[in-house]
Design a protein around this ligand. Structure first.
Ligand code: BG6
Length: 477
């Protein structure tokens, strides 16, 4: 029987802007998320472009990983992590994005982090873009609307691959660029966190701008893939997509069709990165909207030559597609309807372990490439006992159920899944709400939404559960 492989990559995923802090240290420049205030479920984050007195910007201190990474990696090592996915903050390396020379202190930091991981035999997986765009590339160049930004990105990629070559095997070109799509009524939030531009502030034809941004990022992705392969032929290059499978509300064919289209929208970039060409159906869609993304012969070649080695998937929830005449009492994160058959988290994210098995099957059958789950986890309120303990049985339950489904996808359905990276193995700042109290970690961090807390780290119950799971390679699920 097919089993999880002995070298299955058990581990976790983190992102620079959500935990490093030190936002102005050692030559780092300001990046887009440094201007995102904290928010909550009811008060959305604001994206201010300058820091304003009296407001709290959670990325500025994060959980101070910049100074505490050794302590944190030691804890990951204690859990037996086989892998950790980190992101490199572009603004530590090229503070303005368009600098001629890189900032050596930034390179040193990531070399030190990678060395520390290797000391514990933890395989580093490096994301080169996890919402950390130098703000100067937005204010001076208009972000990804401008193809020049692709060249700046490739220069940054080259610098980091050369700096980490021989130590890093797995690269990720982008995190969740699929949240930009001209077909949907886009939100300020995802437009901003991916490009530093607020949707409401886009001037001119908004749909066209989103199409161009999505296209340019996809092109940057395939060009980076080719470049990394050239710089290090032993490298494995992937891209990470955040997919929320969409279910129809019932078997009325029109609802099934709508759900199909709703879900399919998230796949055009994966098609472009795996099939050797930018999808024709997307170009026709753009033509119908009078959008010309200006694809050149050179671009076509880049798509042919920059194919992915593996696919990374972030999975948190499923949604039910909106339907005509339907009542919406509570909208889900991506505009869908809540599913009455499943529970939801305190933040309204539908908890659906079988959705993970569905997504793994769907993606594997469509592309036949190895897949790694790069994010999955439960954001929850944790209570700390008088003795410092956190009894997070709800988190264990969530992970246990999701991992059981992942195992079934591998063992029963024969999906080639080579790793599972839990999101936020240490408490960090939430990307969508900017909160600290939306906690994911196996490790509790004493830091609160008002900025107080001594940042002390302590293991929760789930820490020991995951450690045992890794030791037994998932046998006890
Ligand atoms: C993913 C992002 O979409 O979701 C992460 O890649 C993010 O950066 C994660 O943190 C969970 O979202 P949130 O808002 O709960 O932090």
């Amino acid at each position: 029987m097919t089993k999880l492989t002995k070298d299955f990559l058990w581990g976790g995923s983190i992102a620079a802007h959500q935990l490093e802090g030190a936002w102005q240290e050692d030559g780092k420049g300001p990046a887009i998320m440094d201007f995102a205030t904290s928010g909550s479920v009811t008060t959305p984050r604001e994206y201010t472009k300058t820091t304003e007195a009296g407001r709290h910007y959670p990325s500025h201190e994060g959980i101070d990983f910049y100074h505490r990474y050794k302590e944190d990696i030691k804890l990951f090592g204690e859990m037996g992590f086989k892998s950790l996915r980190i992101s490199i903050d572009w603004s530590r390396i090229y503070p303005n994005g368009d600098d001629v020379e890189p900032n050596q202190a930034g390179i040193d930091f990531y070399q030190n982090v990678v060395n520390e991981l290797l000391r514990y035999n933890i395989e580093p997986i490096i994301t080169l873009y996890h919402f950390e765009l130098p703000i100067n590339l937005v204010t001076k160049y208009d972000s990804w609307k401008n193809c020049q930004v692709i060249d700046f990105y490739l220069k940054f990629v080259e610098t980091m691959v050369n700096a980490l070559k021989g130590k890093v095997k797995y690269w990720v070109t982008f995190n969740e660029m699929n949240h930009i799509d001209p077909q949907t009524e886009a939100s300020d939030m995802f437009t901003y966190i991916l490009s530093g531009l607020k949707y409401s502030e886009l001037e001119g034809n908004k749909k066209e701008i989103l199409a161009v941004i999505g296209y340019n990022m996809t092109l940057a992705g395939v060009r980076a893939t080719k470049l990394i392969h050239q710089l290090d032929p032993t490298s494995h290059v992937g891209c990470v997509f955040g997919i929320t499978p969409k279910y129809p509300v019932n078997c009325d064919p029109i609802n099934v069709m709508n759900a199909f289209k709703d879900m399919d929208r998230d796949f055009y970039q994966i098609d472009a990165m795996c099939n050797g060409e930018f999808p024709k159906y997307k170009l026709r869609e753009y033509a119908d909207m009078d959008i010309d993304i200006g694809m050149t012969e050179e671009d076509k070649q880049a798509f042919a030559e920059g194919k992915l080695d593996y696919i990374g998937m972030n999975y948190y929830m499923t949604e039910v597609t909106r339907y005509e005449g339907g009542e919406i009492d509570e909208e889900s994160l991506f505009g869908g309807v809540q599913n009455p058959y499943i529970e939801k988290s305190k933040w309204g994210w539908g908890i659906d372990p079988i959705g993970l098995r569905y997504l793994l099957n769907y993606t594997y059958r469509r592309y036949g490439l190895p897949i790694i789950i790069c994010e999955n986890g439960l954001g929850a309120y944790d209570e700390v006992g008088a003795d410092g303990s956190v009894h997070d049985d709800y988190r264990i339950d969530y992970l246990q159920k999701h991992l059981s489904e992942l195992k079934r996808a591998v063992e029963e359905d024969k999906v080639d899944c080579f790793g599972y990276l839990m999101w936020g193995p240490i408490d960090l700042v939430s990307a969508t709400t900017g909160e600290m109290r939306k906690r994911y970690g196996f490790i509790y961090v004493n830091k609160h939404d008002d900025g107080t807390g001594d940042l002390a780290r302590s293991p929760k119950d789930s820490f020991y559960w995951y450690k045992n799971l890794i030791e037994t390679n998932g046998e006890e699920l």
